[in-house]
Design a protein around this ligand. Structure first.
Ligand SMILES: [Zn+2]
Length: 129
């Protein structure tokens, strides 16, 4: 990866009104501060991960994510994660980052969200989403 590509991803975060913090150990998005915490690891798959977190930022700005449901309902979590991965592809294209292994990477990540017991979307009925 190049520093230029990382810089482009950071520019996209700024344009959305978010922040990048390079001090955390684990990649994550904090919706309260609109900050993406990123470790100092910058292989291609790490850029996919950052683009995914930018996807969460975009999704949060548009949909106001429900983090209790994200934690407790696997169907909701899978839907939210898939949306973030969908956004990530456009973000990577916008930043000019090579997406050759992107679909394999996403397949692996999505299967990891399918924790059992799996709660169906029907379990969301009556819940505010
Ligand atoms: Zn995610």
């Amino acid at each position: 990866m190049s520093e230029d590509q990382l810089g482009k991803l950071c520019d996209i975060v700024s344009a959305l009104g978010g922040n990048v913090n390079f001090t955390a150990e684990k990649l994550c998005f904090n919706s309260e501060t609109l900050t993406i915490h990123v470790p100092f690891k910058w292989g291609l798959e790490d850029l996919y991960g950052l683009a995914h977190e930018i996807g969460h930022l975009k999704d949060h700005l548009e949909n106001e994510l429900n983090y209790d449901l994200w934690r407790n309902n696997s169907a909701y979590r899978l839907t939210v994660e898939m949306r973030a991965w969908t956004y990530s592809y456009d973000i990577l294209m916008e930043a000019g980052i090579h997406t050759s292994n992107w679909s394999n990477h996403v397949n692996q990540k999505l299967s990891s969200y399918l924790n059992f017991p799996y709660q169906s979307l029907d379990a969301l009925e009556g819940e505010a989403v």
